[in-house]
Design a binder for this molecule. Structure first.
Ligand code: ATP
Ligand code: MG
Length: 433
């Protein structure tokens, strides 16, 4: 897979500053960069400028800075600032504080757009526990305000901890993220094993970024993934389920699941799948078909954006689901029996599980071009995608599916995954502030 060329090769010389800050505060490396500012949402720019004009520090941070530096279009923007939530709210008339424990501000714009503004936070110092706390390293609270450099080091990977100063057109880097971006490697901030034990979901995030960006994983991080993979069982299940979906939505499902398999992470999360893959000698066996299904997901994602979550779950589990239904008279019941422990283990929402069960039970009929009353249900289009993927994976023609597609009225718009901070709200448009 071709890696996007970072647009920073000629801009990596740190800029020297004259006035050194107080000794205790670490100094970031500063890099002058030429980013495509037209790719930065104009409302995000307004938020940043207003905060700075009122004397606060404010930066674009995280995934958006990483993506801009790699010449990719960010899916959403995160803003972080020295202003406290109340101070942010006072600056923006159309804003509200959200979250009780973990307070952020949403600044609302026309069309229901919302921009998330977070106050700098630091990793809380763990108090001595009196035996009530479980004996693990999990970080359970992440809501102590701090300074910019503390906010940088609490983040997961070096490439995700770069701060962009819009006015100065500079990147602030406390963690060596620019160098790791240039080398195209995923590296944790600090000791990988500690960081993965604090939050095992970071293991999946490492695989996601390596897969999506075509980056390498440094040997120490790779070894720590292998060492810590079992700790994924301690992570909050809905977070794990969401991260699995993100792996599949990112356009590199095949490569990412391959990495998950290679590192043994798949054995922990989805042993049903890794078993198939260990046993994939037969050229048309289920293991090979799984790789083809994942490649199909990537092709479709490249053409039309992320697929629907019900489709993604069904395709991920397609081979074991088919196996579970094989020869069964009641396919829906067989699928439900297979899914029950998975729903529990991965906190798959009932809505998706129900969709998977129905799609699988109708798959044989849809695959030969028969739809009947099912054609009028909202699961019809997802079922067509699943059936097409299955036919491709089995090396069969998708003609019956194309015919079904043509036979139906113009499709309703497919539900797209909308990034959280830009999620549309069913409210009337807000006036610009
Ligand atoms: P994506 O493009 O998939 O959204 P992202 O890097 O923006 O990637 P988010 O989940 O949107 O990922 O998180 C935003 C930022 O928050 C990250 O870039 C990172 O700095 C920080 N972050 C997210 N998850 C973690 C985590 N588990 N531990 C530490 N920092 C995290
Ligand atoms: Mg993001």
């Amino acid at each position: 897979m071709g890696r996007p060329t970072p647009s920073l090769t000629s801009d990596v010389a740190p800029v020297l500053r004259d006035a050194p800050p107080p000794a205790a505060v670490p100094t970031p490396s500063r890099y002058e960069v030429t980013l495509d500012e037209s790719a930065i949402d104009p409302d995000v720019q307004k938020v940043l400028r207003r905060l700075v004009r009122h004397g606060y520090e404010a930066y674009a941070v995280g995934g958006c800075v990483r993506d801009l530096l790699l010449g990719r279009r960010p899916k959403d923007f995160d803003v972080c600032t020295s202003a406290r939530p109340e101070e942010v709210r006072d600056l923006f008339r159309n804003s509200r504080i959200i979250g009780r424990r973990f307070r952020l501000v949403h600044v609302l714009f026309q069309g229901g757009k919302q921009i998330e503004v977070a106050t700098f936070r630091k990793t809380p110092i763990k108090e001595d526990t009196d035996g009530d706390e479980p004996a693990d390293m999990l970080i359970r609270s992440d809501n102590v305000f701090g300074e910019a450099h503390e906010d940088a080091v609490r983040r997961d990977f070096t490439m995700n901890a770069l701060f962009y100063d819009l006015e100065a057109r500079e990147i602030l880097d406390w963690v060596g993220g620019m160098e790791d971006l240039r080398r195209a490697v995923v590296h944790t901030i600090g000791d990988p094993e500690t960081r993965f034990r604090e939050d095992p979901v970071r293991i999946l995030r490492a695989l996601k970024f390596a897969g999506r960006l075509g980056f390498g994983i440094t040997p120490d991080v790779y070894d720590a993934i292998v060492q810590c993979r079992e700790s994924l069982q301690l992570a909050a299940r809905p977070r794990v389920a969401e991260e699995i979906m993100r792996l599949l939505r990112g356009g590199a499902a095949r490569r990412t699941i391959y990495l998950a398999w290679e590192t043994g992470v798949l054995d922990v999360l989805l042993p049903e799948l890794s078993a198939l893959l260990y046993d994939d000698d037969a050229p048309d066996g289920p293991g090979r078909r799984l790789w083809r299904v994942l490649a199909y997901i990537d092709e479709r994602t490249a053409e039309e954006g992320p697929l629907d979550d019900t489709v993604l779950w069904t395709l991920l589990l397609l081979e074991p689901l088919k196996e579970a239904c094989d020869g069964s008279r009641d396919r829906a019941a067989a699928a439900a029996d297979f899914l029950e422990p998975l729903i529990e283990r991965l906190a798959i929402s009932r809505r998706y599980a129900d969709g998977m069960r129905r799609i699988i039970s109708l798959l044989p009929r849809v695959s030969v071009g028969r739809a009947g009353r099912f054609a009028r249900t909202e699961l019809f289009l997802p079922a067509l995608t699943v059936a097409a993927a299955n036919l491709v994976a089995e090396g069969r023609s998708t003609e019956p599916i194309e015919k079904l597609r043509q036979s139906i009225a113009p499709a309703p718009p497919r539900r797209q995954h909308t990034p959280h901070s830009f999620r549309s709200r069913a409210e009337k448009p807000l006036p610009p502030w």
